[in-house]
Write a protein that binds this ligand. Sequence first.
Ligand SMILES: [Zn+2]
Length: 55
Amino acid sequence: MKGTPSMGEKSGKKNMIYCRRCGKRTLNLNKSKCASCGYGKSARMRHYKWQKKIK
Ligand SMILES: [Zn+2]
């Protein structure tokens, strides 16, 4: 195989589900937290110091 073989189907395991808040498939099942917006345990949005302003 050359290039990227079947991205998106990582070992067939379903680790991420669709986030209710941002709509992306970034809600981690194990951590029960969204990697994109931080939805899950805390109600606050995911935020880091190094991040510039999010619109
Ligand atoms: Zn989200």
